[in-house]
Write a protein that binds this ligand. Structure first.
Ligand code: ASP
Length: 322
């Protein structure tokens, strides 16, 4: 029988609803503690209660601590797979950080819940059991960090929370899930073609994320620059274009050797240097902005934080985002 470790970090999956007011809050004792063992007899399960945080309170420091905990558990505990429970608000950022940080072939599966443990139709226990089933599967090896929610298996790289409250919130808009979970089977039908990992010791870089909008001007970008950042991610317009009003401020950042990563505020498609007008992608690329292929803004930020621990040279950073 395989050994699976569940590492709890908090989130709605660890919370309870007050039946009279409808308010949802953290509880001192995890409401699903031991339930994975009770409902799944196919794996030997151990649990570790690392944090009890709503995920808006998760910081990069927590992500690194979690990454180290998984590394240590896999190294010392003879575990075959890992399940992480996490709040759904920042789940995709933590999952992608783990994907970039960990160097393991073993399944690492992140899950959460949209409805707290005692709400009608709660998805917490169901998702937890599904995640354990996936982590207990040979086919889940060598697939990077996975996110399991609502009978679907997604890659940490492509998944995003799409609805504020629907239990079918986690989707991979461009590529779809890489597998599905049925009552009897775990079925994979896709695999990423490349994996990357970066052995970093710290996660301290200050990277800002902004969304472009019509009429955006340089003073806003200068305020961010003056705040003292190590890097900037911009969710650009369409294929990777920006209002011409911010070009002078972007040039000042580039002159200061601050890397700027460009993604799109569209939720599908990739950015590319197509247009030659002022603020068009061609000009931005020629200035030295780095086009990130297919990442969302929050994930490009996590990746820039990670790779800035290794280098801040534009020529070295650029190929890492292709
Ligand atoms: N606000 C909650 C959190 O991320 C949402 C959830 O877990 O579903 O902690």
């Amino acid at each position: 029988m395989k050994k699976i470790i569940i590492i709890h970090t908090g989130g709605t999956i660890s919370m309870k609803e007050d039946k009279s007011s409808g308010e949802v809050s953290t509880s001192t004792e995890h409401p699903l503690s031991n339930s994975a063992s009770i409902f799944n007899h196919d794996a030997h399960i151990e649990e570790d209660f690392l944090f009890n945080l709503p995920s808006p309170q998760i910081t990069p420091a927590h992500m690194l601590e979690l990454g180290r905990r998984i590394h240590d558990k896999l190294a010392a505990g003879n575990f075959d797979g890992v399940v992480v429970t996490h709040g759904t608000d920042t789940l995709e950022e933590t999952a992608y950080f783990l994907d970039l940080f960990l160097q393991t072939r073993k399944p690492v599966v992140v899950t959460g819940a949209m409805r707290s443990s005692n709400e009608i139709g709660s998805d917490g226990l169901y998702n937890l059991i599904s995640a354990v089933r996936v982590a207990n599967t040979d086919e889940a090896q060598d697939k990077g960090v996975l996110v399991v929610m609502n009978d679907e298996i997604h890659t940490a790289k492509n998944v995003t929370k799409t609805s504020t409250s629907n239990v079918a919130t986690f989707q991979s808009p461009q590529y779809g899930p890489i597998g599905i979970i049925t009552k009897q089977e775990i079925l994979f039908h896709q695999k990423l073609i490349a994996y990357e990992s970066y052995p970093i010791q710290q996660l301290n870089k200050n990277v800002a994320l902004v969304k472009a909008y019509a009429g955006m001007e340089s003073n806003f970008i200068r305020a961010i620059h003056n705040a003292g950042i190590d890097g900037l991610v911009i969710e650009a317009l369409g294929q990777g274009n920006l209002p011409e009003g911010i070009i002078p401020a972007l040039q000042e950042m580039i002159d200061d050797n601050i890397p700027i990563i460009l993604v799109s505020r569209c939720y599908q498609g990739i950015v590319q240097a197509t247009y030659t007008y002022e603020g068009g992608g061609r000009q931005l690329k020629n200035m030295g902005l780095i086009f990130a292929n297919g990442l969302t803004g929050p994930k490009a930020r996590i990746k820039l934080m990670v790779v800035l621990e290794l280098t801040n040279k534009l020529t070295e950073l650029s190929p890492m985002f292709e």
